[in-house]
Design a protein around this ligand. Structure first.
Ligand code: B12
Ligand code: SF4
Length: 501
């Protein structure tokens, strides 16, 4: 018997960390899928019984996830798809379909918003795809499936119709975010303690994530904005405050990570939220992401008072020429100013950098190294440039080819492509060298020592990471790779193209 009106949401397992760097798992971000929490809350309101499987965080393999689902015999399965997780999601779906042919498998998420038609055509184990923001569309879709109404009448979906793949008209994005129910944190197994963000990214746990807005009006060439589009919509400051209080009062949450792209886009809203936090007795800390052109000393001072602990800035590179190529609408000088203002306000500064964007060369790498040495940055993240489907650069690089063999590697920790004149091996070497240029300085080392003494909860994770790193280095030297942690020879643009069958 199929469990009627039940739906299991899955965040599939994926290669989170590049081979050779497995020890990094001890210190990386283990945040859950906020999208699935929003969807679960919405369907529960409409009488469905949702549950959630966070595969990676629960350390579940493809087989284990499929077995759990098969045992529960749900009417529906909803899988969230990042490009990196597509193969494992397809493997899970295939196993479920073999055992439960009447279970409908619905997919959504960033990979679908950018490449939905190709995905539904390619992967027969997925039944229907939901494009963009999923809450309202999923409700309409489930209603149509329950009542056997034609899918062609549901907007915002892609489905197979005989041998054809059909896409219905787009669904307008949710305009009023306040109308959405709070994410269903109560359905997350092990919440909140199982969901730790990256080490040193929060002072004290437990931690939860909130997206206080959706959408971004910029078009940085490396960024996939296909899910939420360019129209920015916000929760009201009052609702954000209520969500924080709900998390604090019901789950003991002490730190919030705002994951929206442009948390500081509106000075008025930021000021209002900060004033609410100051007037309350919620002693929560929080972090957010901002563009360098949205911070000013007065707001920063208020944010600090209201508990802001760290701001992440997408700095990307120390080269103005490269920023221009990225269509980032930013300049190194502005970045430097924003970092200085933020540090002066007593807020930690996190720089998000990228290595290997088209145009990267030895000169831009030297500029980046000089930049990170001179700015008062507390913590840096360096990702390996990846042309994600949905980003404007994707078509520039791949044209109409679909390099599905690259998908599994698209976790920001592999170079699947390299610019002319610079090899993947050289980029890998520079990757380590840039991180070393920042983290090996005595000032940074001393800061982290003080931080560890102040917040000893991070120590155990750090020890596990350190031991893993040591083991990886020794094994690399022993196998003749001279300490290099990644095996050279990733796929390159000039490799033989593998078309979609
Ligand atoms: C927070 C975040 C993370 C967190 C949490 C990840 C998670 N699983 O949600 C962490 C740090 C772990 C993370 C990691 C990565 N991330 Co990330 N992340 C984000 C960020 C900033 C916000 C996501 C979010 O919470 N949004 C709010 C919620 C409500 O939206 P949502 O999850 O997209 O869900 C909505 C819709 O997508 C849809 N939907 C989603 N799933 C489903 C399923 C069904 C069945 C249905 C019907 C609908 C549906 O409905 C939901 C509700 O409206 C986005 C940027 C962005 N603006 O979205 C990048 C983003 C999603 N990440 C990205 C990437 C590349 C990654 C990494 C692969 C590598 C990296 N550089 O970090 C890793 C691995 C991802 C993984 N599989 O977990 C890309 C994805 C591009 C792509 N095509 O794959 C994005 C879009 C950034 C970008 N602009 O390029 N990430
Ligand atoms: S990088 Fe940031 S500013 Fe640029 S498009 Fe993406 S979310 Fe918007």
């Amino acid at each position: 018997m199929m469990a009627q009106k039940s739906i299991i949401f899955i965040n599939p397992p994926y290669e989170r960390i590049a081979r050779g760097y497995e020890f990094v798992k001890h210190i990386t971000n283990n945040s859950p899928s906020l999208g699935l929490l929003h969807l679960a809350a919405e369907v529960r309101l409409r009488g469905y019984t949702p549950s959630i499987i966070e595969s990676d965080i629960a350390n579940l393999s493809v087989e284990q996830v499929a077995d759990q689902v098969i045992a529960a015999r749900p009417a529906y399965v909803g899988i969230t798809l990042f490009t990196v997780g597509i193969w494992s999601a397809a493997a899970i779906a295939r196993k479920i379909k073999a055992a439960l042919p009447h279970t409908t498998i619905i997919v959504g998420g960033p990979h679908i918003s950018s490449m939905g038609e190709e995905t539904i055509t390619r992967f027969k184990e997925f039944d229907v795809a939901v494009v963009g923001e999923g809450e309202k569309i999923l409700i309409e879709l489930l209603d149509a499936l329950d009542n056997q109404n034609p899918l062609s009448e549901v907007a915002g979906i892609i489905f197979r119709d005989g041998i054809f793949t059909r896409k219905t008209s787009g669904w307008p994005a949710n305009k009023v975010l306040d109308e959405l129910p709070f994410p269903a944190w109560d359905l997350l197994p092990g919440f909140p303690h199982a969901y730790k963000p990256a080490i040193y990214d929060f002072p004290r746990g437990p931690v939860a994530t909130i997206a206080a807005s959706r959408g971004c009006p910029f078009f940085c060439k490396f960024c996939d904005t296909s899910t939420f589009g360019s129209k920015v919509r916000h929760y009201s400051p009052q609702k954000v405050f209520e969500m924080m209080k709900h998390l604090h009062d019901n789950y003991g949450i002490r730190h919030i990570m705002f994951v929206d792209d442009l948390f500081l886009a509106s000075k008025v809203r930021t000021t209002e939220l900060c004033n609410m936090l100051l007037a309350s007795n919620l002693k929560m800390t929080w972090t957010c992401t901002a563009r360098v052109d949205t911070v000013k000393p007065d707001v920063l001072a208020l944010m600090k008072k209201a508990g802001c602990w760290e701001i992440s800035f997408g700095l990307e590179t120390g080269s103005n020429a490269l920023l221009k190529k990225m269509d980032k609408a930013a300049e190194v000088e502005k970045s430097e100013q924003a970092i200085k203002w933020t540090a002066a306000a007593g807020i930690r500064t996190k720089g998000l950098f990228m290595l290997g964007f088209p145009g990267e060369d030895s000169e831009t790498i030297a500029q980046t190294k000089a930049f990170i040495r001179r700015i008062p940055m507390t913590i840096m993240n360096l990702t390996k440039f990846t042309p994600y489907p949905g980003s404007p650069i994707y078509r520039d690089i791949y044209g109409t080819n679909i390099r599905e063999d690259h998908w599994e590697k698209m976790n920001g920790m592999n170079f699947v492509w390299s610019p002319d004149g610079i090899s993947v091996e050289e980029l890998d070497r520079q990757y380590q060298s840039i991180l070393t240029a920042f983290y090996k300085r005595p000032r940074v080392g001393w800061y982290y020592t003080k931080l560890t003494i102040h917040y000893p909860n991070h120590l155990l994770r750090l020890l596990r990471f350190g031991l893993g790193f040591l083991k990886a280095k020794i094994s690399s030297i022993a196998s003749g790779r001279g300490g290099l942690l990644v095996k050279p020879g990733n796929a390159h643009l000039n490799d033989e193209k593998k078309p979609v069958p």
